[in-house]
Ligand binder design. Structure first.
Ligand code: SAH
Length: 355
């Protein structure tokens, strides 16, 4: 059986032809899968009946299965999805921010181990396939009734997208395809700790998403403590890669900065940040920490966040403070973790949380 969820349109065409079917059926099939959320080949009613039953024997369309669905008081919705092999991931729907936004995962767990992130405590179980990354968007769009509407996608769920580079970029091509959801790359934001060789590769891509860099600190020592990949990909080299990153007119790189009380939220940090970003078309997104059990940091007061933001604004840096949504259902940044997956017992998960 060939899994159509993993194939770009041109490859579906080739596979159909290789099996003696007309290649143009690929576009019909693609439309059913992506635009109408239909994954049962037997139900694709604009194909002849005989063809449908033949295709059902040769092809499948694997799709993450919704096994949990929680809605926050603020309307944020978190789906727990089960994959083919029983592994679980989370994907989040954030309404009206101002657009509708889907936050999707790129890995089961994450290897980056950022000190303040719950997903990082899980470690990496495996990469998601391109079909599983794009599949989350299909599932979210169908569940929210947005299959034929515009929406934004942020690669800010579980995992480090540049650590799963090929599958992530292929997923963006699957979603960009005009016979499918036709998601414009301008509506996609890739958020990364900044793996330098992959950033350089990204700079060469024909179809390029918006870029967000998880900076979080302004000195090498502090960044290494908070974002361990900094050992290999220093702050200086990440900033250098950003300076060279090709940007479209009016577009800018977003720098995310998690604010940890008494750690990286001082006026000196703010001033160092403005100096680091000098000469880069940048905007800063401050993310006051979303606290969680097992995370050894506190969220700063609103006053401290405001003071930090004002220092940046006075120096002409566009700054916003992320309103973290869905905290009551643990759907906010850094709070995605899968409890009770197939590999770990509840007790092992608790031990991880308490670590
Ligand atoms: N691996 C990607 C995507 C991570 S999630 C990256 O690092 O960019 C998106 C953002 O949430 C990142 O900036 C991440 O550092 C931040 N984040 C992680 N844990 C957080 C927490 N507990 N509170 C607030 N933001 C957090």
């Amino acid at each position: 059986m060939i899994d159509l969820a993993e194939l770009e349109l041109a490859d579906i065409e080739k596979d159909l032809e290789a099996r003696g079917h007309a290649g143009y059926h690929a576009r019909q099939v693609y439309r059913w899968i992506y635009r109408r959320g239909q994954t049962d080949l037997g139900q694709m009613t604009d194909l002849a009946k005989g063809l449908r039953s033949q295709l059902s024997e040769e092809f499948t369309v694997s799709t993450p299965r919704i096994i949990g669905d929680e809605v926050s008081a603020d309307g944020t919705r978190k789906l727990l999805l089960e994959l083919k092999d029983g592994r679980r991931i989370e994907s989040v729907f954030i309404p009206d921010t101002p657009a509708m936004t889907f936050c999707v995962s790129t890995q089961v767990g994450c290897a980056m181990a950022c000190a303040f992130c719950l997903t990082g405590k899980m470690g990496l179980a495996r990469n998601l396939t391109a079909g599983e990354i794009a599949g989350q968007v299909r599932v979210l769009a169908a569940a929210t009734g947005l299959l034929d509407k515009t929406f934004n996608i942020v690669l800010m769920g579980m995992g480090e997208p540049l650590h799963n580079y090929d599958n992530t970029m292929k997923a963006l091509r699957l979603l960009h395809e005009e016979h499918g959801l036709a998601v414009s790359p301008r509506r996609v934001t890739l958020s990364t700790v900044g793996l330098v060789p992959e950033l350089e590769r990204l700079a060469q891509e024909p179809v390029m998403p918006n870029l967000a860099i998880s900076l979080h600190a302004t000195t090498e020592t502090q960044r290494t403590a908070l974002v361990p990949p900094n050992k290999k990909h220093s702050l200086a080299s990440v900033i250098e890669a950003c300076r060279k990153f090709p940007l479209k007119k009016r577009s800018r790189i977003t720098f995310e900065y998690v604010m940890l009380a008494g750690v990286n939220d001082t006026p000196e940090d703010a001033r160092r940040l403005t100096r680091l970003l000098a000469g880069i078309k940048a905007k800063v997104n401050l993310i006051p920490l979303n606290a969680a059990p097992g995370i050894a940091f506190d969220r700063p007061s609103d006053d401290r966040v405001d003071r930090f933001a004002r220092i940046l604004a006075e120096r002409h840096i566009t700054v916003s403070v992320r309103k973290s949504r869905g905290r009551d259902i643990r759907a906010a940044c850094g709070q995605l973790i899968v409890e009770g997956g197939p590999k770990k017992t509840a007790a092992q998960q608790m031990a991880l949380l308490m670590r």
